[in-house]
Design a protein around this ligand. Structure first.
Ligand SMILES: [Zn+2]
Ligand SMILES: [Zn+2]
Length: 266
């Protein structure tokens, strides 16, 4: 069943309108499509939605207009530092994009320059950086229980295009394992996010293979997502990613259909 629930539009930092995305999804035989505009972050207005009401109303219009062709869902990508009103949305993707130091928010994944500022903030001590990131994110996941956890290990985003700092470091891997083992207790769904593959930054999705094996061991739940900011990357690399997940031992992922999370066999 073809579907994608992590998509950004012109209501935040995406390039296409929701209607363009819906039409593309219909043309490509999707069963359902979900939008996940960045929730409002007062401390950083570059990526987030400024007009939530217009976003919700436009998606409601599309739900009705195309109801005989595709199921459309109103989601949101909530930042861990800025909770949204849950009842406004069909589902929430909970993601962690910042470090907070005093009153300054440092974005971890928005660009390589900002990533370097995060490294400087921690004086290039990636163990403390990782502990700080995962302990706060894990705390958020367990308390908030978002429907879907977004790009769990996004702090490793630049590992393949820059000095490898995280994925080849056994100390880092221990920390990521420890917090994934905690986070999976929340029983929420973890996204397998192919966005960085589409951007040429990685060859495998988030979370990293080691963490996917750990999720399998703990019966973790998964959903595929592309984190698309333009329509031509919708479901990017999903066929290869499904094979990758089957090789790890997963038999199904989740999708949203008829207003419920349902199993979709790989
Ligand atoms: Zn994100
Ligand atoms: Zn996103």
């Amino acid at each position: 069943m073809l579907s994608d629930f992590h998509t950004h539009t012109t209501f935040c930092d995406g390039e296409n309108t929701p209607e363009e995305i819906v039409l593309y999804a219909i043309d490509n035989g999707f069963a359902s499509i979900g939008f996940s505009g960045h929730g409002y972050t007062s401390f950083d207005l570059r990526y987030c939605m400024k007009d939530k009401a217009a976003y919700i109303s436009e998606i409601n219009r599309l739900k009705k207009k195309y109801k005989n062709k595709i199921q459309v869902y109103t989601g949101v990508e909530e930042d861990a530092f800025s909770p949204v009103n849950r009842s406004d949305f069909d589902y929430i993707i909970g993601s962690s994009h910042y470090f907070l130091d005093g009153e300054t928010y440092y974005p971890i994944d928005s660009s390589y320059d900002y990533f370097k500022k995060c490294l400087e903030l921690f004086k290039y001590d990636i163990i403390t950086l990782s502990e700080t990131y995962y302990s706060a994110f894990c705390d958020y996941i367990l308390k908030r229980k978002p429907d879907i956890v977004g790009h769990f290990d996004v702090i490793t985003k630049f590992d393949m295009i820059d000095t490898p700092r995280f994925l080849s470091n056994p100390e880092y891997l221990k920390i990521a394992d420890k917090y994934m083992t905690e986070a999976v207790k929340s029983d929420v769904i973890f996204e397998v996010n192919t966005g960085a593959i589409a951007r040429g930054l990685r060859t495998t999705p988030y979370p990293h293979e080691n963490l996917l094996y750990l999720l399998k061991k703990h019966n973790g739940k998964l959903i595929l997502s592309s984190d698309s900011h333009r329509l031509d990357t919708l479901t990017f690399n999903f066929d290869e990613t499904k094979k990758f997940l089957r090789d790890i031992g997963f038999e199904y992922v989740y999708t949203i259909y008829d207003n419920e999370f349902k199993k979709d066999y790989l």
